[in-house]
Ligand binder design. Structure first.
Ligand code: COA
Length: 180
């Protein structure tokens, strides 16, 4: 993944019906470690990372980079939504440097539509700063929650391929696609 490119950052916090998308702060560190150490979160993305390693390596303010939003519910992190540039050498037949959406939510926050609400807001922000650009998304075919979310957000399947020893669902969202 490479960074998103020239963009005014940080943006003002983005409010949705129930959530706020904002940049990370030091108070998010413990929740970021929970996210990365969770076996459920890691199930289809290469596994959980050891907690002691995370305690050593996660910076005081975790994940501060253009395109990374903390999803905040009532003042606490429940997940992250990212927009990065897909590396050209990865599979997925799109132009090099196409933007890619990623999402990680704490298991207690699954099943309420929070990920859909947050991703739709992040895609709206992206469309405002990079008008007319498509966004891609890659997720294991077996990750049914993630594929359902991608389709709800307006991504349509382009191809499937094998990567990291698993079949991947690769989708694209055109700039004018409707979403949840
Ligand atoms: C992928 C992931 C973000 C999906 O989370 P999610 O909560 O299932 O996604 P959504 O926000 O779309 O919520 C959908 C669910 O909320 C329910 N829901 C409840 N209230 C809702 C509301 N007000 N609006 C919308 N949906 C609502 C829906 O019915 C649906 O339930 P179901 O799963 O029982 O069908 C989450 O599973 C996750 O973080 N996984 C680990 C990380 C990962 O694999 N990321 C993919 C890498 S690209």
């Amino acid at each position: 993944m490479s960074e998103l490119g020239p963009v005014a950052w940080p943006p003002a916090p983005i409010g949705t019906e129930r959530l706020v998308l904002r940049v990370p702060e030091a108070r998010d560190r413990a929740a970021v470690i929970e996210l990365l150490a969770s076996p459920e979160v890691g199930a289809y993305i290469g596994g959980a990372r050891p907690r002691d390693e995370l305690e050593r390596t996660v910076p005081e303010v975790p994940g501060r980079r253009p395109g990374l939003f903390v999803v905040d519910l009532d003042g606490a992190l429940i997940g992250t939504v990212t927009l990065d540039r897909r590396d050209a050498e990865r599979p997925g037949h799109v132009l090099p440097g196409t933007a890619e959406l990623g999402y990680l939510f704490l298991p207690d926050a699954w099943g309420y539509g929070y990920a859909a609400e947050a991703c739709a807001a992040a895609l709206g922000w992206f469309a405002g700063v990079f008008p007319g650009e498509p966004v891609v998304l890659c997720t294991q075919t077996a990750n049914s929650r993630s594929v359902r979310l991608a389709e709800k957000l307006g991504f349509t399947e382009v191809e499937r391929f094998e990567e990291y020893g698993a079949e991947q669902w690769f989708g694209m969202r055109s700039p004018d696609a409707p979403s949840a």
